[in-house]
Design a protein around this ligand. Structure first.
Ligand code: 5GP
Ligand code: MN
Length: 337
């Protein structure tokens, strides 16, 4: 079966955990449902094996995901001193849902020359090799699904309802509610098994997708009405938000999750980008349909990476220069579409 993990990886996974007492768990900055679902499930699985752990993330958990079991004890503002001290007591680093140190912002140094073996569980293209164990491939819908199969195949069962809700949250958010990266029957078999465990799926839909402030919907309306540029001849559309827009609509972290996808629903549009003006840089999200490699575009021009159809990057130019540069690059790249 296509999404089942290699036996040698399962053996290595169990071997590694049998020698481990304490794990420093990391996931990427601006954690999404998959990042959090994965690290929280992994922490619960470790706890069942009496392995201690702490989760470190470079910034806060968004409000829309703060309900996730265990989210409150995540270290989101650890100092270098605190992290260094923890790395001295831990005997393993685990990276879930990313493998590039740069995705940890100010915590990246811990992975540049890691002082401990590193376990990577990830569904992004592998851009860095570590001493330790790396399991995963881009064919998994999400790291949460990958982790589901690893825990099942490695006998780290039973999964609790809390674990099932975390894994489901990871899959449903990383696939845009099963609209992309979700064509494998294995993904749905995983969901079926999770439902048998008995978590409340409809409650998760409500918590993740139906609990936003009205101002977030108005921000979306403003973006679609006033901040969308369509370039039909290049099958491209992009949207952006300025810092003033964010302030005017009382932006909260996590509010723009999913905003990038809207222009892709326009007939003929195959590539879209969303630019958000942050204090330090312009954060960019890319989405594409079909074979157009959003990750290559992002790596080549905007210091980023990700998946074929969903990638991200950043620009240190100001917003208007960044938008100009994007239009130029799209035109130069047009033959690829
Ligand atoms: P999003 O647009 O939702 O932030 O990210 C889409 C995908 O691109 C995710 O899989 C994410 O991990 C990846 N991604 C987002 N930003 C960056 C970035 O700055 N660098 C890299 N390498 N990947 C990114
Ligand atoms: Mn993911």
């Amino acid at each position: 079966m296509e999404n089942i993990i290699r036996k040698s990886d399962i053996k290595a996974f169990n071997n590694l955990l049998s020698k481990t007492k304490e794990v420093a768990i990391f996931t990427h900055v601006n954690p999404d449902g998959d990042a959090l679902g994965s690290v929280l499930t992994f922490q619960m699985a470790l706890r069942k094996r009496n392995i201690a752990s702490e989760i470190f993330i470079a910034n806060r958990v968004p409000e829309s995901l703060a309900w996730m079991p265990g989210a409150k004890s995540i270290k989101h503002n650890a100092s270098k001193t605190e992290l260094d001290a923890y790395l001295k007591t831990a005997d393993l680093i685990a990276c879930l849902d990313f493998n590039e140190p740069g995705r940890m912002d100010q915590l990246a140094y811990a992975l540049e020359n890691p002082p401990l073996p590193v376990l990577v569980l990830d569904h992004h293209p592998q851009v860095k090799e570590y001493e330790g164990l790396q399991i995963g491939s881009t064919r998994y819908s999400s790291t949460a699904e990958l982790l589901f199969w690893i825990l099942k195949e490695s006998g780290n069962l039973p999964l609790t309802r809390e674990m099932a809700s975390c894994i489901y949250t990871g899959i449903v958010t990383d696939t845009g509610s099963f609209s992309y990266n979700a064509s494998s029957s294995a993904t749905f078999r995983a969901i079926a098994e999770l439902l048998e465990i008995g978590f409340d799926k409809d409650r998760i839909t409500e918590l993740v997708f139906q609990q936003f402030a009205a101002s977030r919907m108005k921000l979306l309306g403003h973006m679609l009405a006033n901040r969308m540029v369509i370039i039909p001849e290049y099958h491209t559309a992009y949207t952006y938000l300025t810092r003033k827009d964010l302030a005017d609509y009382n932006y909260q972290p996590g509010d723009t999750e999913g905003f990038v996808n809207y222009p892709l629903s326009i007939a003929g549009i195959k590539f879209t980008a969303f630019f958000i003006e942050k204090a330090e840089y312009v954060k960019i999200s890319f989405r594409s349909k079909g074979n157009f490699a959003a990750n290559e575009f992002s790596t080549q021009f905007f210091n980023g990476g990700g998946h074929l159809n969903a990638a991200g990057g950043k620009s240190h130019k100001n917003l208007s220069d960044t938008l100009k540069e994007f239009e130029e690059k799209v035109k130069a790249y047009y033959n690829e579409f």
